[in-house]
Design a protein around this ligand. Structure first.
Ligand code: B1M
Length: 211
């Protein structure tokens, strides 16, 4: 019998091979993709998120845990499709125009994925049009923008103005983050929420989609 606690612990500890073995075993024991996700993979990522937020673990541990989770997800994906497990929400994230930093943005994306979101990663140097396209063509209602440079923080404001002009602002929630970004900046540009780290970004996304 697969122990979901062991699966969660293996994700937390970044034990990729063990995660793969346990996911395969859980599938062959007849557990649903939803059970494996919610009781195993997501639990492990949630815990690493909380510990990261509280400085008990650091970026490398989170990246290793996310890699383990992703390899479990890859095995589970056909079952998720088969069982039509609905994601918690769909989020498009990207680093804003002019900015090439992506380590933090990737962490946020991994953590959101680990929490059950479908994440559309638009990459770096993302112009507003790409976010608008994600809303219009893929029905994305939650947009996440990351910026690491004081100069590219301004691109967040430009993007919000572009969302207004494109007539999509009312349909979407916008979250912002990145080292120089603050709650004050978020309020000033009229974004819907700011998160200081990847675990808080998940909490923020949950509250924005519930609103
Ligand atoms: Co750059 N860089 N860099 N850099 N770089 C900084 C940001 C800088 C502070 C270094 C410094 O001078 N001390 C400085 C910015 C100064 C400023 O604007 N005030 C700087 C500079 C100046 C530059 C260049 C202009 C240097 C040059 O070419 N002259 C250039 C710019 C290129 C460009 O973007 N156009 C540049 C280039 C680079 C590299 C390519 C070499 C590399 C990036 C590699 C990559 O990302 N693939 C790089 C790096 C690595 C850094 C530092 C050292 C580390 C950034 C990082 O990855 N941190 C950085 C100095 C520093 O921060 N100590 C620096 C770790 C990461 C986990 O944290 O991204 O903050 P962070 O993400 C956190 C939170 O902020 C939050 O969650 C994450 C996890 O907790 N978060 C979100 C992030 N996005 C979020 C989105 C959300 C919510 C939360 O919602 C959507």
């Amino acid at each position: 019998m697969v122990d979901f606690q062991e699966l969660a612990d293996s994700v937390y500890g970044g034990k990729k091979d063990k995660v793969e073995e346990l996911v395969k075993a859980a599938i062959s024991e007849g557990h649903s993709a939803k059970e494996i996700l919610e009781q195993g993979l997501i639990q492990g990522m949630n815990r690493i998120g909380i510990d990261f937020k509280n400085n008990r673990v650091y970026v490398p541990e989170v990246l290793i845990a996310a890699r383990a989770m992703k390899s479990g997800m890859a095995i589970l994906r056909p079952r998720i499709v088969e069982e039509k497990v609905e994601p918690k929400g769909r989020v498009a994230i990207g680093t804003v125009k002019g900015d090439l930093h992506d380590i933090g943005k990737n962490l946020v994306g991994m953590m959101l994925e680990g929490a059950g979101y479908e994440v559309i990663d638009l990459g770096v140097d993302v112009p507003p049009e790409k976010f608008i396209q994600a809303n219009k063509e893929k029905g994305v209602r939650l947009i996440g923008m990351s910026s690491l440079l004081t100069t590219t923080m301004l691109a967040m404001r430009d993007a919000l103005q572009a969302f207004e002009q494109a007539g999509i602002r009312e349909n979407i929630k916008v979250m912002v983050g990145g080292a120089p970004v603050t709650q004050k900046w978020c309020d000033e540009i009229g974004a819907d929420g700011y998160a200081p780290d990847a675990a808080s970004a998940v909490e923020l996304a949950d509250s924005l989609i519930a609103a």
